[in-house]
Design a protein around this ligand. Structure first.
Ligand SMILES: [Zn+2]
Length: 338
């Protein structure tokens, strides 16, 4: 068993230990203490590590984490052993157990708020600090099988994204901003995992489905196939080809059809929603690039098969010709269609 207490941590055992939910994979939750609302224009003095330890071991014990971490000095205090739940996130009655849904759910409060002033310098983000002590903190959390992934994305701002099913079923790191039943948006940033390799978990823990019953799996599949995205996709495909508007579309000016927006599931990176025409042309362009590449490869193969010296200029000319003929053909086809 890994160490229940992080080696070298300043231990302030709160007692009040309670087990976590062993059927779910191991997790860690990242917080900042966000003691003050400072801004770039009005920075405020950092709250000290000792003041936070005093808070969480007294009046703030009902929201205490496992770990209080000073990213400037590297000091670490520990209030609960790794195998107990801690209390830094809200857990509403019913639904998932936010403080407990994992073989471990290790919560870390970095003593930090945006634009805190420490020894005369202002720090906008946690990752701008030295992050002293992160390596050993990360190594200890990894030793409990918490993998180096952010199932809801690595925090890079204070955007909330919450999904109870993802939270409950996927192991790894979560921002407080990713925890269901909660409204806090911290920590805004977090150091990366490039140090300290993750120890491999025992083989029995590697199968992500091992913890689920057949009933769980049936429920997941049912939820997946009835998800809005899948229903949208099927509805769109059926309607596009056979729906009552299909004839009307065909009769309408083809341009009107091509100008129709694709459904939500077709959103491109950045949230851009292409039209049907753009989507078709995108597919054609990709096809042209593949055809051009294929022509280039066959030109090269012929040249080599002929056994003579490779004439690079001639080869490039043949490849360009192959690509341009494909492109011209597509442009013509596209015009005929529109
Ligand atoms: Zn928090």
């Amino acid at each position: 068993m890994p160490d229940l207490w992080l080696p070298g941590a300043e231990v302030h055992d709160l007692g009040d230990h309670a087990p976590t939910d062993q059927q779910y994979p191991p997790k860690a939750i990242a917080h900042i203490t966000w003691d003050r609302n400072a801004t770039a224009a009005a920075p405020q003095d950092w709250c000290t590590f000792d003041s936070l330890v005093s808070y969480f071991t007294n009046g703030g014990a009902s929201a205490a984490p496992h770990i209080i971490w000073d990213p400037f000095s590297g000091r670490i205090a520990q209030l609960y052993p790794a195998n107990s739940r801690s209390k830094s996130v809200v857990d509403s009655p019913g639904g998932t157990r936010t403080n407990r849904a994992g073989r471990v759910v290790i919560q870390v409060e970095a003593v930090f708020f945006p634009y805190c002033r420490y020894q005369g310098r202002v720090y906008p983000r946690l990752v701008d600090t030295p992050c002293a002590g992160w390596d050993r903190l990360h190594a200890w959390i990894s030793s409990w099988g918490v993998s180096d992934v952010w199932p809801m994305g690595r925090p890079v701002d204070f955007t909330s994204r919450r999904n109870e099913q993802t939270w409950e079923t996927r192991g790894g790191w979560y921002a407080h901003a990713h925890i269901p039943e909660n409204d806090h948006q911290d920590p805004g940033s977090w150091p990366d995992f490039t140090t300290a390799p993750t120890p491999a978990p025992p083989p029995s823990e590697e199968d992500p489905l091992a913890a689920f019953t057949e009933a769980d799996l049936r429920r997941f599949i049912r939820e997946e196939v009835t998800s809005q995205q899948v229903r949208d996709t099927i509805a769109y495909a059926v309607d596009f080809r056979m729906g009552p508007q299909a004839d009307a579309r065909a009769a309408a000016a083809p341009g009107a059809l091509l100008d129709a927006p694709m459904p939500d599931y077709a959103l491109l990176p950045g949230g851009y929603r292409p039209t049907v025409g753009e989507s078709i042309n995108g597919a054609k362009t990709a096809g042209a690039q593949i055809a051009g590449l294929s022509a280039a490869v066959s030109a090269l193969a012929q040249q080599v098969a002929a056994g003579g010296p490779v004439d690079v200029d001639a080869l490039v000319a043949r490849i360009e010709q192959a690509i341009s003929s494909v492109t011209v053909h597509l442009t013509t086809t596209s015009k005929e269609n529109s």
